[in-house]
Design a protein around this ligand. Structure first.
Ligand SMILES: Cc1cc2nc3c(=O)[nH]c(=O)nc-3n(C[C@H](O)[C@H](O)[C@H](O)COP(=O)(O)OP(=O)(O)OC[C@H]3O[C@@H](n4cnc5c(N)ncnc54)[C@H](O)[C@@H]3O)c2cc1C
Length: 290
């Protein structure tokens, strides 16, 4: 598929980590910021416009999505150092970013190494783990407006919460960000990444398609613990299954439909509410038509 060209009816199955779902009515792989800018300001381009990172936190429904999906990870992924700050374009993967920061002798980026998304997706979700969140390290971001303008914005123009951010200018999308990490030792930072990846491999079902944690952790509780206590580990709808290794992961055994996954999400919510009187809120974003 050529970059910077709009295609019609492209299946999003290959563009999300659950490997399910229908097609995007229009689909573009962007590798050129000027093209992206012209594309967004072109009124003929069908709306809504949806930015997609590595699709590791979305459930695309089987009927697909209307409008135009824009993918950036195959081009808009440059990384640079500007003084003491690191600049990353939104399409760079979190794992690559984490390794580059560590390689330069800065610490604390290890938590990003196991998050299989892009910097843009991580900014949109305030991704994090083991007590760290990406917005804890952001100094400034570069947005693209619905008119295709590139605008630098301060952190205080965003309301940052647990796995969510509220943008003051909600129609804007991320094209890059500047980060600050504490100076450390290259070897120690790289060892932190290695240890974290070993730990994740031993606790998460990484050899199956999933979207990581399906639900947010309720306050002072763990979604995985609640799901396990309700006896739901291993429960299946079609080929969508609650992982036995980590109860907050729904894995695709091979031929799950998005509907199987969504039905399983709703079933888990219902049972956990019935048994524990706690409302689980999905961390994953469900997009597209029913
Ligand atoms: C095995 C596994 C483990 C995971 N572990 C973690 C974890 O430890 N911590 C964690 O927080 N998450 C985790 N996740 C979930 C996921 O990786 C993160 O939420 C990640 O930040 C999503 O990035 P993405 O590029 O895949 O975004 P996508 O899933 O493609 O998109 C997610 C949202 O971000 C928006 N978005 C994407 N790019 C942009 C952009 N440039 N501008 C504006 N909006 C944009 C999309 O429109 C969508 O609303 C895990 C997922 C998997 C599969």
């Amino acid at each position: 598929m050529e970059k910077n060209k709009v295609y019609k009816n492209v299946s999003l199955t290959k563009f999300n980590s659950w490997k399910v779902g229908g097609a995007a009515e229009n689909f573009v792989i962007c590798s050129d910021i000027n093209f992206l800018s012209r594309l967004i300001q072109n009124e003929k381009v069908q709306r809504p416009i949806k930015f997609i990172g590595l699709g590791s936190n979305i459930l695309v429904r089987d009927n697909g999505i209307k409008g135009t999906a824009i993918v950036m990870h195959k081009g808009l992924n440059k990384f640079s150092k500007e003084g003491e700050l690191f600049y990353s374009e939104a399409g760079l993967s979190c794992s690559k970013f984490s390794k580059l920061v560590a390689k330069d002798g800065y610490s604390d980026s290890a938590f990003l190494s196991g998050i299989p998304g892009t910097i843009g997706g991580a900014l949109a979700m305030n991704a994090g783990c083991y007590g760290s969140e990406i917005w804890g390290y952001v100094k400034k971001v570069k947005m693209i407006s619905p008119k295709g303008e590139l605008i630098e914005r301060d952190v205080n123009e965003f309301n940052v919460g647990y796995r969510q951010i509220v943008k003051k200018y909600e129609q804007e999308n991320f094209v890059g960000a500047w980060f600050s990490f504490p100076k450390g030792k290259k070897e120690e930072a790289e060892e932190d990444i290695r240890k974290l990846l070993v730990h994740r491999k031993s606790t998460q079902p990484l050899n199956w398609p999933s979207a990581g944690s399906t639900f947010k952790n309720p306050e002072k509780n763990h979604a995985a613990k609640l799901i396990e206590e309700c006896g739901l580990k291993g429960f299946k709808i079609g080929d969508a299954k609650i992982s036995e290794k980590h109860a907050n992961f729904i894995i695709n055994l091979g031929s799950a439909k998005a509907k199987d996954i969504e039905d399983l999400i709703n079933y888990v919510k219902e049972i956990v509410f019935k048994e524990k009187k706690i409302k689980l809120i999905p961390e994953v974003e469900i997009i597209g038509d029913l």
